[in-house]
Structures are given as structure tokens and as C-alpha cells.
Design a protein around this ligand. Structure first.
Ligand code: EPU
Length: 434
């Protein structure tokens, strides 16, 4: 049997949570560490499954990866293998980020097909087109991506959309390429800025320019460096919402306000009161919440990974809310689980609650209308991805009876010790299965 969580209706969640470094930054820093000569130290690393997977992947190509408490120590070995084993097929999104680094370090590379959560086709065309433009010969077959190049060449890369992964791919490739690379229409998410700073510490030539441009001057060598990861803004938001949803109050430490500006403003408009200091952020809504119209966007807009807890919150706000997803065409896969738990949500292919997006005039169900307050009911639900897992957990905690969430491995892979943290806030969770 796979792991399941049984959740009893709980009452207000209260207490303190300290978030560690972000899931979506740590693994990219781990890949960057492979580029340096000498050890790199990545502190405040979260305990998420993706770190274990990425650590094994780096070991498989010849790096040493050790954990000393919350610090990862990574060092490239003398001999590198150019191939990531196919046992990593579908495990996470990291193999494609190793393509450029392995090319620069060994002249060839093979990476298996990537995984990640079930949120749309998530193609890799931007990555492959950019590396091809940088001089790689690339062949994709059913096992993965094969590439060769003597050394990648700096060039202008115009991304069709500010993709987080493709921006990281080009950055990690360009730092050791020959000459200057300019990424136009780059993603500027805080996790990307963090990666740029880490690469700069390693000796990379990186300039952040206005209008989504990142300019990279390739160097011959990078050295190891040390950094402390900034707190995970997606987890911070998730726990603030858990407190609000249950009529309680969670104080979140470890994530700077600047990473949450848009999230805070969105919740404020819905009636949330905040206490914000340099150490922590607390959210409460003593007078209940109002409905809202929100659209997701690239940074500094409302992040697509904030929308799942928000949708649950909307189901308890007064009135009709609208959420328009503009980053992934199929991000609402988790709605089925919420509907089973009683959330009154309808999906539409139109662009509701914002300007027309890339998915306008398609059949992708990318706008949600949420009726609140909905009465939630205990149910047995399958959770196909990490964000579905978290939103289902918090919805289940305010249902009128017990719920069973099946296949919680993705939640346990993507959040940092979620069971301990939710239990410490007062949620009644029992684990079923090993
Ligand atoms: N896209 C393409 N071609 C490409 C690359 C991307 O069409 O070659 C499209 C995607 O299909 C999507 C859009 O561009 O429609 C944005 O995708 P992006 O590349 O930015 O996403 P990602 O790098 O695959 C990361 C995070 C996601 C997060 C997104 C957006 C990691 C490991 N994943 O994914 O996080 O939602 O950026 O901010 O960093 C999560 O944490 O639950 C999660 C899914």
C-alpha cells in the first residue's frame, strides 16, 4: 500500500512555523555546485525528496554530496561521467539542467527524460533550442536527450516565454561557455536571482539588466562557494493560508516579506490582517474573508504555486471568486480532489478575471470560479502532485468528517517535513501505510 494520511476535522491551526530554503532553489544550487572546482556549501537546505533525488543524480555523474545538518556540501570529483542514468527518468525536472554543465565539462552529455508534476505537457523546447543556438548537437529519442559540443558558445537567447527552467538552463550553461550570452525575456523569480548571486560568488560573470535581460560573460573556471538559501515563499504562503482557513493564526518565520509582497496584498484585499516584522509574518482574519479576482503570473505577479491554497481559501470567503491561471495550461488538476471535498469550483476555458493570456482561444480549462462559503465534507481523495496534496490537506482539516488522502508521497517530496509541521500547528493527521 502507498502512504496515506487520515485527517480529522481539526479546528483553528495556531503556532509558529520556520520555513527553510526553497525547494525550487536548492536543487538548482546543487547543479551549480557541480560547476566549481572545490567544495560548495549550501546552508538552510530543506529536507525535501527532490534534494535526495538530485543528490543521487550528482553522485551518479561523479560528485560527492554530503549533508552536515542543514548544510549540503558538494564537490565535483576528478572524473565526471557525461551520462545521467535512465533510472532517473521522470523523477524530477533537474536532468535537463545538467545538459549544459556536462557539455561544458566533458564535451558530451546524456540526460533522461524529465518528470515533475502533472501540470500540462511541460515541454523542453526552450532548453533545447537555446543549447542548440549555443552550438550543441542535440538528438532526442525515447530514452532521453543526447548532446555533444566542444565548448558551448555565448549567443543571444530570446526566450518565447520567461520560463524559470529554461532561464536556469541557459545560465548554468553560459557561465562556462565561450564568450557573452544574453538571455532576453528571462524569468526573474526570486529563486533565479538567488542562483545568479550564487554563480557570481563562484566567480561567474553575471549582470542583471533591465527588461528581463541577463548578461553572462563565460569564464574558464569557477570555484566552490558558500551560501545560505532564502526561505521558501511557497511554503510560507501555504502556512499563512492554513491558519486563515481554519480561523486560526500561524506565525511564519524564515521568509522575507519582499518575497511575499503580491501574496500579502492579495490576502489583504480579501480582508486579512497582517503583523509583519523582520523576523516573522502573521496573518489573521477575525472578520472573515471576502471574495477576490486573481490571476497568476510570472514574478512579481501572483505565483502559480500560490494558487492551490488560495483556491481553498476562496471556497470559504463570502461570494464568488475568480482565479485565472496564465502560467501552466493544466494547473487545475488538483480541483477534482477539492470538489470531492465539497469545494464548489467550476472550470472554464475562457480568460476570466484578467487580461487575455496565452491560453485564450484554446480548450484548456484555465479559469476557476469558486463559490464561497462552501460546506466541506470528509472524503477519500487521490493527490497526484505536491500542490494538490497540500491544498487537499488543509481543505480536509475543515471538513465535517474524517478524510483519507491517498498517495501523499508527492506532498512529502515537495514540502519540508509537512507532517511534523502541520501536526505541530494542531492538525490531527495519522499516517496509514509505511
Ligand atoms: N515552457 C515551454 N517550453 C519549455 C519550458 C517551459 O513551453 O522549454 C512553458 C511551460 O510549459 C509553462 C511555462 O513555460 O507553460 C512556464 O514553465 P517554467 O519553465 O517556468 O516552469 P518550470 O521551470 O518547469 C518551475 C517550478 C514550478 C513553478 C514554475 C513557474 C521548479 C522545479 N519548478 O517549473 O514549481 O510552478 O517554475 O514558476 O523550479 C512546484 O513547485 O509545484 C512547481 C511546479
Amino acid at each position: 500500500m502507498t502512504r496515506a494520511w487520515k485527517i480529522e476535522p481539526t479546528g483553528p491551526l495556531r503556532g509558529d512555523v520556520t520555513v527553510r530554503g526553497s525547494k525550487n532553489a536548492v536543487t538548482k544550487h546543487m547543479v551549480a555546485a557541480l560547476l566549481g572546482e572545490g567544495p560548495s556549501r549550501i546552508a538552510n537546505a530543506p529536507r525535501v525528496g527532490d534534494v535526495e533525488i538530485t543528490g543521487s543524480m550528482l553522485r551518479s555523474v561523479g560528485a560527492s554530496v554530503e549533508r552536515e545538518g542543514d548544510t549540503l556540501v558538494i564537490e565535483r570529483g576528478a572524473e565526471l561521467s557525461a551520462a545521467v542514468p535512465t533510472t532517473f527518468t521522470g523523477r524530477n525536472r533537474i536532468p535537463v539542467l545538467l545538459l549544459g554543465p556536462l557539455l561544458n565539462l566533458t564535451g558530451e552529455a546524456f540526460v533522461p527524460l524529465v518528470g515533475g508534476d502533472a501540470i500540462g505537457p511541460r515541454p523542453l523546447d526552450f532548453h533545447i533550442d537555446a543549447l542548440t543556438k549555443m552550438g550543441a548537437n542535440i538528438v532526442v529519442d525515447e530514452t532521453g536527450i543526447h548532446a555533444t559540443a566542444r565548448r558551448l558558445q555565448g549567443t543571444k537567447v530570446q526566450l518565447p516565454y520567461p520560463s524559470v527552467g529554461a532561464t536556469e538552463s541557459v545560465m548554468l550553461s553560459a557561465v562556462l561557455a565561450e564568450g557573452r550570452t544574453v538571455i532576453q525575456n528571462a524569468a526573474v523569480e526570486p529563486e533565479i536571482m538567488e542562483l545568479a548571486l550564487f554563480l557570481q560568488r563562484m566567480g561567474a560573470g553575471i549582470q542583471l539588466q533591465p527588461d528581463r535581460r541577463i548578461l553572462i560573460e563565460g569564464v574558464e573556471k569557477l570555484h566552490g562557494a558558500a551560501t545560505t538559501l532564502a526561505g521558501d515563499r511557497l511554503e510560507a504562503f501555504s502556512y499563512l493560508v492554513a491558519g486563515l482557513l481554519t480561523g486560526g493564526q500561524v506565525r511564519v518565520h524564515g521568509c522575507a516579506q519582499e518575497r511575499l509582497v503580491t501574496a500579502i496584498e492579495t490576502l489583504r484585499k480579501m480582508g486579512t490582517h497582517f503583523e509583519i516584522s523582520d523576523q516573522y509574518i502573521t496573518a489573521s482574519a477575525p472578520n472573515g474573508l471576502r471574495s477576490a479576482a486573481v490571476h497568476t503570473d510570472t514574478h512579481p505577479g501572483f505565483a502559480t504555486d500560490w494558487q492551490q491554497p488560495l483556491l481553498v481559501l476562496m471556497s470559504q470567503a463570502r461570494g464568488l471568486s475568480v482565479l485565472h491561471e496564465t502560467v501552466f495550461e493544466n494547473r487545475f488538476v488538483y480541483v477534482k480532489a477539492l470538489q470531492q471535498l465539497g469545494c464548489e469550483i467550476e472550470l472554464f476555458p475562457m480568460c476570466l478575471g484578467g487580461n487575455a493570456c496565452r491560453f485564450h482561444d484554446t480548450n484548456h480549462l484555465h479559469s476557476a470560479v469558486v463559490h464561497g462559503p462552501s460546506k466541506l465534507v470528509g472524503a477519500e481523495v487521490h493527490v497526484p502532485d505536491v500542490r494538490t496534496g497540500y491544498s487537499s490537506v488543509i481543505a480536509a482539516s475543515i471538513a465535517d468528517g474524517p478524510s483519507v488522502l491517498l498517495d501523499v508521497e508527492s506532498l512529502e517530496r515537495g514540502y519540508d517535513e509537512p507532517l511534523n509541521r502541520l501536526q505541530s500547528l494542531g492538525m490531527a493527521i495519522t499516517v496509514i501505510g509505511s
